[in-house]
Design a protein around this ligand. Structure first.
Ligand code: AMP
Length: 420
C-alpha cells in the first residue's frame, strides 16, 4: 500500500510541540485583543484577482508564488498568500467602514500558502497572526501596531530581534523616486531577470543580496531624499511615538518589502538567530489598497507575524515557554467495578472544570501509572476492588509521592481544594 507524506514544503504540528504554536498565537493576539482589535476570519481561498492585481509591482512576486486554480464551476481562485487583501475585502463587503468610528481594527490568525522553494523557515503552508487598522491616517496608529508587535515578542521572552523601519513615501513622492531609481538601474550591468524586475518593481532590486549587484547599487538614489514634506513629517511622528514608548528600532532606508501596496510606514521584525529567513514579521501602511480593489479611499496600516518563524526564534534563543500540563488529574482503575466508578468521577471532574484523563485500554497498574506520569497530571486517582469495598479511592500527589485514601463521595471537592 502506498504511504502518504505531508506535501513538500509543509509539516504537521504534533504534540508535544504543537502546544508551542498555540501559545505563540495566544501571545501574539493577546496585546491586540487588549487594544480594541476585533477577531475576523476569512476563507482560505479568494478570487485570484484580489491578490494578483493587473501587471503591477505585486504580480512580480505574488503571481509566481500563488496556488491559483480553476474550479469545476469555472471560477478563478487562489489559496490566500497573505491576509491583508482578504481582510480589507471582507471589511468592505460588510461595509464595516460605514458602521461607526474609524479605524476599523481587526486581528486574524490562520494558514497562508505560497509556492516557494522550501527551506528552513520557508514553507509552502505557514501560519500568521495579523492585525489591520482600516480607515485612518494617523501616525499613532502605525506606532500602536509596532509597539504591540514588540510587546507580543517580548511577552514570549524573545530578545534577539530588531525592528527595521522605513518610509516608502506616498502617491506623490514615490513615483518620482521610482523614476529616478529606474534611470539609475538602466545604467547598470544587470542580468536579464533583474533588468525585467527593475522595470516592474525597481525597489525590489535594492533588496538583491548578490554582492556583484550590491556593489553596483552604491550611489543609487535613496528614497529618503525624495520624501515629500507631508511624508517626512508623518514618519518623524511615528518615530517619535515609538521612541517615547521605549521601543528601539533601526532606520533602514533599504527596507522596501515585497508587496506593491505599501505606502509610507514600512517595518520588519528580524531575528538574528534564524539565518537567511530572518524576518519573523512585517507590515506597514497601505493607503492605496482599498481603491485598488474597488473600495473608497481608506488609508490603513497592518502587520502579519509568522508563527512558524516565531517558534524557530524561541528555539534559537533557547526559550522554553512555561506551558502548564494540560491534565491535572489522571485516573487509574484496576478492575471492572473501579473502571465504572472512576470513569464516572473523571466525567464529574471535567464538568467541575478540572482537566482530567483516564487510563484507557485496560492496562495493569504499572502501565497505567506510566501513562499518569506522562500526562504531567498533578494527581493520580487509583482505585481497585479493595478500595471500593472500603468506599475510598487513593489520591496520589505525583510531585511529593504522598498517597491518601479519600472517600469516593469527597473526591471532587478534595481534588478541587488541593489544586486551588
Ligand atoms: P510577508 O507578508 O511576506 O512579510 O510575511 C509576513 C511574515 O510571515 C514573515 O515575516 C514571516 O515570518 C512569515 N512568512 C512569510 N512567508 C513565509 C513562508 N513561506 N514560510 C514561513 N513563514 C513565512
Amino acid at each position: 500500500m502506498a504511504t502518504f507524506k505531508a506535501p513538500k514544503g509543509t509539516y504537521d504540528l504534533i504534540p508535544p510541540v504543537s502546544v508551542k504554536y498555540l501559545a505563540v498565537r495566544e501571545a501574539i493576539s493577546a496585546p491586540l485583543r487588549n487594544s480594541g482589535y476585533g477577531y475576523i476570519e476569512t476563507p482560505g481561498f479568494e478570487d485570484v484577482g484580489l491578490f494578483a492585481r493587473g501587471v503591477g509591482e505585486s504580480t512580480d512576486i505574488v503571481s509566481k508564488e500563488m496556488y491559483a486554480f480553476e474550479t469545476k464551476g469555472g471560477d478563478q481562485l487562489a489559496l490566500r498568500p497573505e491576509g491583508t487583501a482578504s481582510v480589507l475585502r471582507a471589511a468592505l463587503e460588510a461595509s464595516l467602514h460605514k458602521q461607526g468610528n474609524l479605524p476599523v481594527k481587526l486581528w486574524y490568525s490562520g494558514s497562508y500558502y505560497r509556492y516557494e522553494r522550501p527551506q528552513k523557515g520557508r514553507y509552502r503552508h505557514f501560519s500568521q497572526v495579523g492585525a489591520e487598522a482600516i480607515g485612518a491616517e494617523d501616525p499613532a496608529l502605525d506606532a500602536e501596531l509596532i509597539i504591540l508587535a514588540d510587546q507580543a515578542y517580548r511577552s514570549l521572552g524573545l530578545r534577539n530581534f530588531r525592528i527595521l523601519l522605513n518610509s516608502l513615501g506616498d502617491k506623490e513622492c514615490r513615483p518620482v523616486y521610482r523614476e529616478a531609481l529606474q534611470s539609475f538601474l538602466r545604467g547598470l550591468d544587470l542580468d536579464e531577470e533583474t533588468v525585467r524586475r527593475a522595470e516592474i518593481n525597481p525597489l525590489r532590486v535594492l533588496d538583491d543580496k548578490r554582492p556583484d549587484v550590491q556593489k553596483q547599487l552604491v550611489g543609487a538614489p535613496v528614497l529618503r531624499d525624495y520624501l515629500c514634506d507631508a511624508c517626512k513629517a508623518y514618519h518623524e511622528e511615528v518615530r517619535a511615538l515609538i521612541t517615547a514608548a521605549g521601543v528601539a528600532f533601526e532606520d533602514d532606508e533599504k527596507l522596501v518589502r515585497g508587496l506593491d501596496y505599501y505606502t509610507r510606514t514600512t517595518f520588519e521584525f528580524v531575528h538574528d538567530g534564524l539565518g537567511s529567513q530572518s524576518a519573523v514579521g512585517g507590515g506597514g501602511r497601505y493607503d492605496g489598497l482599498s481603491e485598488m480593489i474597488g473600495g473608497p479611499a481608506l488609508p490603513s496600516v497592518g502587520w502579519a507575524l509568522g508563527v512558524d518563524r516565531t517558534v524557530l526564534a524561541l528555539e534559537a534563543e533557547g526559550i522554553e515557554l512555561d506551558i502548564p500540563a494540560s491534565t491535572s488529574v489522571f485516573a487509574v482503575a484496576l478492575g471492572e467495578e473501579a473502571r465504572r466508578v472512576l470513569f464516572g468521577k473523571v466525567t464529574e471532574l471535567r464538568k467541575a472544570g478540572v482537566a482530567a484523563d483516564f487510563s484507557f485500554g485496560g492496562k495493569g497498574l504499572k502501565g497505567a501509572m506510566k501513562d499518569a506520569n506522562r500526562s504531567g497530571a498533578r494527581f493520580a486517582v487509583v482505585a481497585g476492588e479493595r478500595d471500593l469495598a472500603e468506599g475510598v479511592v487513593q489520591l496520589k500527589d505525583m510531585e511529593s509521592g504522598d498517597q491518601t485514601a479519600v472517600p469516593v463521595g469527597e473526591l471532587i471537592d478534595t481534588v478541587r481544594a488541593r489544586l486551588a
